[in-house]
Every structure is written in structure tokens, then in C-alpha cells.
Design a protein around this ligand. Sequence first.
Ligand code: SF4
Length: 203
Amino acid sequence: MNRIIKKYSTFLEKSSSTFGAATKKNGVKCKRGCNECCTVGFFDITLLDAIHLRSALKKVPAEVRKRVIARANEQLDILEKKKAFSRKDPLLKTLPSIDAISRRSAKMSCPALENGICMVYEMRPHICRIFGPTIRGPRRSVQLEGCGYFKKDIPEADYPIFDHYTEEKKLQKAMFVKAGRKRIREVDTIIPAALTLDLKKWL
Ligand code: SF4
């Protein structure tokens, strides 16, 4: 499993670097200090992202890690009280369940955000690295809907998002196969769960 996590780390770095080059080329850098996408509730992340994040968390200084985990646990307590999430069943299996958690957590910020800064920046999930400007494919089709703050888009030719998804899927498959499954489970989770729970047992 460690080998897969390491490969995923390399994949994330590569994706960030291609995306960075595409934003530079198209002049679509995020506004300095903007962290709105980290403050409007929880979105879904893959189990591979979650397991990678938890595993890389040990690189964060102990004091910071303690604060981040404490915030994540407080948020999970609130969500459990609202019956919006369960630590006993931390997987999101359907689009309605993803929509529901996103609605119920709409006023929450990511537990990794501190004074406007991402405390897990080097290990942040894939979507955190590529969200912002809309990515468009042939005939201006939307391949990834952006946050709406950008007047310009990124053409898919500069950031081939589906090639990245294919590569990501291969690593996800390797992770599930390693865990004894025959195919990928289409399940996601949220960042507070990734930071606090050992999700390997849910593979
Ligand atoms: S992990 Fe970092 S970039 Fe992603 S939502 Fe949290 S604070 Fe924002």
C-alpha cells in the first residue's frame, strides 16, 4: 500500500505542475489570499486521496497536526449530531449523499485552514490542486466547472483533465486490488474524516 501512496504523491505533484503551467499560460492565477473554496462546506474526495492525506499528515508539525485533527473531530461531532455523517459509515456512496453533506456543512471551513492558510498544502487532495478556473474541452464543453471568479478558462489541451483522471483511476484500482477487491469501489469521503479516521479498513 505504501508504494501506491507514494505513486499517488508523485501523481499529485505532476498534476499540480501541469495545472500550474496551464494557469500561467492562460493568465488565470487565483487571487492572492482567496480561500473561498475552502470555506463553503465539504466536497467529496476519493478514498485514495483520503488515505494519502492521512498518511502524509505525519509530516505536519505535531502542534499543527493536533489543532487540525481537533477541528476535524469537532466538525464530525456536529455533523453526527445533525445526523448528516457517521464515523461508523464514513463513505459517501451516491451523488445525493455527496450533495447532502455539502449542503449540511455549507457554513463550515476545511479543518486544515488556519488564518487563511492551508496547513496541509503539500499533501492536499487532487481537487484542491485543480479547482478554480473552468476547464473546457472541444466546442467549449465544460470538463470541470470552476468557481466563477475567472473570466478566462483553461483549454483541455493545456490541462488534459481526463488523462489525469485515467491515471488516478489506475492508482485507485491498484489500491482496491491490493485490498483484495476485484474492482474499484465508487465511494468517496470528506476531508475531516480523512484527517481523523483510519479509512484503510473501509477499502
Ligand atoms: S485541504 Fe487545504 S486546499 Fe483543500 S480545502 Fe482544505 S484548506 Fe483548502
